[in-house]
Design a protein around this ligand. Structure first.
Ligand SMILES: *Cc1c(COP(=O)(O)O)cnc(C)c1O
Length: 458
């Protein structure tokens, strides 16, 4: 019998991250004047060592020993064969998942939080500000800051602040200071409240608040940290896929299909980019980022230049975007409520190297419940999007009678998202869709912006 879990030893952990910028071409971020922004203009927001990573085109970047040391608290994470799920589906497909729920915060997010806290500390920074949607990133960064003795202030999207009280408790346990966004502490927050005092908030608004809070701190010892979207965040997450590749080698297997849910794109990038490298170099793999139908960034929105935040503090990024003013409907996968998509993931979508999919809210909870009852782990509502797609693929393999190998990323557990499960069981959830009129209205904001070039890798 083949083993259910495939482990690496700490000695076998990858020692370098994979930087996809070595293998694809990208439209540069643009400043207010329409010209590419230089690294210096980002200096009030991020420490220079992370800015250098953001623009680096080196294929392999060494993971500092101090970062590896803390990652070994829970890494390498197991690669698990979901045999019970296979049985429940009666599929000939082999389903594997990378279990990223084993980290202290319960998701993949500490992989980059630890690295970012380390580089800020190295640069002499004392305090980090950030935003959080479902609370996953805020808790991951609070944890990471506690490891390096940094202060942490978190602007949490109002609807999640109300729906997920225990995430606040986690941030507090690690010493983080969490407040609901929009708040009255920043100009961006006050503007949003003036427009709509009952707004559920959005990641776009919370990002604006966190950036403003960092750049207006006169001590110069505060910087901002982002949990997804940017190149250096994708880079830090590639440890997931690099480990998975080694684990597959150990059992002499290799995936035909790779699936990850995508909000800003980081856990998807983490599991997929090392395999994108293989695909660019000739491997035949299908790669699916999965998003909610209620926030259909890749499947419905165009590839444009747009801001990453509502108050337009960030440079223009070339990405799929629903418009920086878009406030996604209050569905339960808070981590997927973002108007944009990582520029790297967007570029891969444009080139057809990865193929986006969208799933409905009810199908994601059905998938999560089937996973919990077969595999045991109760997944995060975000991860359920990946699982819904896995089930579609496993059923397709059954119809076709093919023994496909499917790999997905279990980006986190759902033990702090049980209110969403309760509402599902009570029949209170529905499928949230976006119609074409809403889509057009939300996209009006970038009509006058420059358009990105259509680029192709060599
Ligand atoms: C934040 C989060 C996501 C979405 O963010 P990405 O950057 O797209 O990965 C997905 N799953 C979990 C568990 C999360 O916490």
């Amino acid at each position: 019998m083949t083993s259910r879990k495939i482990f690496l030893t700490e000695d076998e952990m990858p020692r370098q991250w994979y930087n996809i910028l070595a293998d694809i071409k990208m439209n540069p971020p643009l400043g207010p004047d329409g010209n590419p922004v230089g690294p210096d203009s980002l200096a009030p927001v991020f420490p220079m060592n992370l800015i250098e990573q953001e623009v680096s085109t080196e294929r392999w970047i060494t993971i500092p020993d101090e970062v590896l040391d803390i990652l070994t608290t829970w890494r390498p994470s197991p690669l698990v064969r979901a045999r019970n799920l296979e049985k429940a589906l009666g599929t000939p497909a082999k389903i594997y998942y990378k279990n990223e729920s084993v980290s202290p915060a319960g998701s993949h997010k500490p992989n980059t939080a630890v690295a970012q806290a380390y580089y800020n500390k190295e640069f002499g920074i004392k305090k980090l500000t950030t935003e959080t949607g479902a609370g996953q990133w805020g808790s991951a960064l609070s944890y990471a800051c506690s490891q390096f003795g940094l202060e942490c202030k978190i602007f949490m999207v109002r609807i999640s602040f109300d729906q997920k009280p225990y995430r606040k408790s986690m941030m507090g346990a690690w010493g983080g200071n969490c407040i609901p966004s929009p708040s009255d502490q920043t100009r961006a927050g006050r503007d949003a409240l003036a427009k709509d005092p009952n707004t559920p908030g959005s990641l776009g608004i919370a990002i604006s608040e966190a950036i403003e809070c960092a750049v207006t701190d006169e001590s110069g010892e505060t910087r901002y940290a982002l949990g997804s979207v940017l190149n250096h965040v994708m880079l830090h997450q590639t440890i997931i896929g690099l480990e998975a590749r080694k684990q597959f080698e150990k059992v002499g297997d290799y995936p035909d299909v790779i699936i990850g849910c995508a909000g800003g794109g980081s856990n998807f990038a983490g599991i997929a980019f090392p395999f994108v490298y293989d695909k660019i170099h000739g491997k035949d793999i299908e790669i699916y980022p999965v998003e909610p139908m209620g926030c259909p960034t890749m499947t419905k929105a165009p590839f444009v230049y747009d801001h990453g935040d509502t108050a337009k503090y960030t440079p223009l990024l070339a990405m799929h975007s629903l418009g920086h003013a878009f406030v996604p409907p209050p569905f339960h996968a808070g981590g997927l409520r973002y108007h944009g998509m990582a520029p790297t993931v967007s570029q891969l979508v444009c080139e057809g190297i990865v193929t986006p999919r969208a799933v409905s809210q009810l199908s994601t909870f059905e998938a999560g419940v089937l996973f919990a009852r077969s595999e045991g782990i109760i997944p995060a509502p975000e991860s359920n999007h990946a699982i819904a797609c896995v089930i579609e693929e496993a059923n397709k393999a059954k119809e076709e009678g093919k023994e496909k190998v499917i790999l997905f990323n279990l980006s986190g557990h759902g033990l702090l998202d049980l209110a969403g499960y309760d509402r599902f069981f009570a029949g209170e959830l529905s499928n949230i869709l976006m119609n074409d009129d809403d889509l057009k209205a939300s996209e009006a904001v970038f009509a006058d912006y420059p358009k990105p070039a259509i680029l192709k890798h060599d």
